[in-house]
Unconditional design. Structure first.
Lengths: 322, 336
């Protein structure tokens, strides 16, 4: 087995709250990704998936404190602070955000923005940078002529493509895509997913797809990590997560995603809301919303191996069948 | 169907256009006035106790159609009949008593609720605006009842909260309650769950479903076919200002006739990782509604288009391959 390209070990993130107190947004996350692998990082709003992504990029705001290890090719980029992170940001790990409009500067032509990124990272300047920009735009399906356009002159799908081109400008090994298709129409979403699929296949890019949309992950990724209340509650091959989930939350999330192949099945709603993360959680954090809760759930379950490369944090897996 | 009772809501050959600003230079140069042909001859009907899903991509005219139904935009031509009475020619004063009967819920409950109003005030406000609801006590009773109908109960638990103290799903329920408090006959729901977490979407949709069962007519605007088929009785698919296919929801999804509907269905992601289909991805995006293609509007992107498609404009009709009530607008379909 190849050594992992990106490894996250025991990642914790706390945010200082105004008026005192802390919000424990990420509570001991472990992830591992080899070259060319595609991992879906899934969960509801506030589960810590975006915070995890930002921590990997070293882009958390100053109000955040971070603990744990983030290894890139075996080197801990978290321990060395910003000085250790900077050489890797964009050149080894890059991120694409949900609203491409927010990632792009509205008053600069998209081509100029990519040229600037290239120059800033010493990836060429002048005519060479222009050529590389045209290639990058071409590789994400934007005709090179559109390099002269401003972001507002492009459609949502084209803007997202431009943001992907910019993220790819320094040839990263890992691309983190945070809800890359959430604001897009289904047809444009399909175009962007097809593009991400091709980029992974053709360039061996490793992908972390952060989303709340399980069917999107199901179509694009091989691995999946499900987050709830700041921790990973299940992780493993996507096929196992769908066909033999080890956590009720995973099963219920799939059942809450309507599917055209099962139009007569009821669509499930998961009652209640995730717990607050500014206070300690007793027992299993999902227990109040779980449909299979039992006595053991008053103790927080550890993340345990339940199959090959498949871990879950649920007492049901340890329960001896009667 | 009996000819006696008209549908609750009937839209007939609706046309809505928005003028394109020429700018000072354009005006001086006397460039021709152009317009966005947002809706070009849309007809649909909605009965009591029915949800009709209007499905399509951004820019197809689905939201404009809904705004015309709400009379928030003025149609160029066509009729919008509510219980048989045409709303299109009515002025603001005549519309006022009718407005409470056609209410709307928007996509983003983070924007549609005033952050400074407690739930109590947000749900009561429409009553005050419409001078309905009688005494303070009667209004309070109506507010509580509206919250119960959206399953925010007991209402006492929610009345004094501010929007920021509610989850996304709860906010959208408050927005629905504020529409319901006026006891409307028609509810326009514009992408009511697309901003919400997947885990709570079905809860909000089930609330709408329960209201529908109790007689409300719901026009749901969505781009999500998998939600539409689960909750709507009928689906109408729009493309560039026209309805290209319409019929019973399950029938449209199981037996799609129009190439556009087929393509849209093929790109809806399936949740089973083994069920990876080859999506039929249409290139480019919906063309500009300023320069509408000749003939069939879909022909430049249609994988099946033949020469005839750029010349003839197809009409909605029942194809031989579909049952009564299922219609599509495609020249290549054999007519029944």
């Amino acid at each position: 087995m190849s050594a992992p390209l990106l490894q996250v070990e025991g990642l914790h993130v706390w945010f200082d709250l105004e008026g005192g107190g802390e919000l424990h947004a990420v509570q001991g996350v472990d992830l591992s990704l080899a070259a060319g692998e595609r991992l879906g990082l899934v969960g509801e709003s506030g589960c810590g998936k975006t915070t995890t992504a930002l921590a990997i990029m070293g882009l958390l705001p100053p109000s955040a404190s971070v603990a744990g290890r983030i290894l890139l090719d075996g080197e801990d980029i978290l321990a060395g602070g910003e000085a250790a992170m900077r050489p890797h940001r964009w050149t080894d790990v890059a991120i694409v955000f949900q609203g491409a409009m927010n990632a792009l500067n509205p008053v600069r032509r998209i081509g100029d923005q990519i040229v600037e990124a290239l120059e800033l990272h010493g990836r060429g300047s002048g005519a060479a940078a222009r050529r590389k920009t045209a290639e990058l735009l071409e590789s994400v399906g934007i005709p090179a002529g559109r390099a002269e356009r401003f972001p507002h002159e492009l459609s949502g799908g084209m803007r997202q493509r431009a943001a992907i081109a910019m993220a790819l400008s320094c040839d990263p090994k890992v691309l983190i895509a945070d809800e890359p298709t959430t604001a897009l129409d289904v047809m444009v979403q399909a175009q962007i997913l097809e593009l991400l699929d091709a980029l992974c296949r053709d360039f061996g890019l490793a992908l972390v797809l952060v989303t709340h949309d399980l069917p999107v992950v199901a179509q694009l990724c091989d691995l999946c990590a499900v987050m709830y209340a700041g921790e990973i509650v299940e992780r493993g091959p996507l096929d196992l997560l769908y066909h033999s989930p080890g956590h009720p939350y995973t099963r219920m999330l799939f059942a809450a995603s309507p599917d055209l192949a099962a139009i007569d099945e009821p669509v499930l709603s998961i009652p209640g809301a995730p717990p607050r993360l500014d206070r300690p959680i007793d027992g299993c954090p999902f227990a109040p919303r779980c449909d299979s809760v039992f006595a053991a759930c008053s103790v927080r379950p550890p993340l345990e191996e339940i199959g090959e490369g498949h871990v879950a944090a649920c007492h049901l897996n340890a329960a001896v069948p009667a | 169907m009996s000819a006696a009772a008209p549908p609750l809501l009937e839209v007939d050959e609706l046309v809505v256009r928005y003028p394109v600003h020429r700018g000072i230079a354009g005006t001086l140069a006397r460039r021709p006035r152009r317009s966005v042909h947002a809706v070009e001859g849309v007809s649909l009907s909605l009965r009591r106790g029915e949800m009709l899903a209007l499905v399509g991509e951004s820019g197809c005219g689905k939201t404009t159609t809904a705004q015309a139904v709400l009379r928030l935009v003025d149609p160029v031509s066509g009729a919008i009949r509510f219980e048989g009475r045409d709303l299109a020619p009515l002025g603001a004063r005549e519309l006022r008593p009718l407005r409470r009967r056609i209410q709307v819920v928007y996509q983003d409950p983070y924007e549609s609720l005033d952050p400074r109003l407690r739930v109590r005030a947000a749900v009561e406000e429409p009553l005050l605006i419409h001078r309905l609801g009688g005494s303070r006590a009667e209004r309070a009773a109506r507010v509580a009842e509206a919250l119960r109908r959206v399953e925010l109960s007991p209402p006492e638990l929610f009345l004094d909260r501010y929007p920021h103290e509610l989850s996304g799903g709860q906010r959208q329920r408050v927005a629905i309650a504020a529409a319901l408090v006026l006891e409307p006959d028609v509810l326009v729901a514009d992408e009511p769950v697309s901003m919400l977490d997947v885990s709570v979407r079905a809860g909000v949709l089930n609330v709408l479903d329960g209201l529908r069962e109790n007689g409300l007519g719901i026009l749901m605007i969505t781009h999500d076919l998998s939600t539409a088929v689960r909750f709507a009785q009928r689906i109408a698919v729009m493309y560039l200002g026209r309805i290209v296919e319409e019929g019973p929801a399950a029938e449209v999804v199981r037996n799609p006739q129009h190439p556009y509907t087929k393509a849209l269905l093929s790109v809806v992601p399936r949740r089973d990782p083994r069920d990876r289909q080859r999506p039929q991805i249409l290139r480019g995006e919906t063309p500009d509604a300023v320069a509408v293609p000749s003939g069939c509007r879909f022909h430049p992107r249609c994988p099946l288009a033949v020469a005839r498609c750029s010349e003839e404009d197809p009409v909605l009709a029942r194809p031989a391959t579909a049952p009564e009530g299922h219609r599509a607008a495609c020249l290549l379909l054999p007519q029944a």
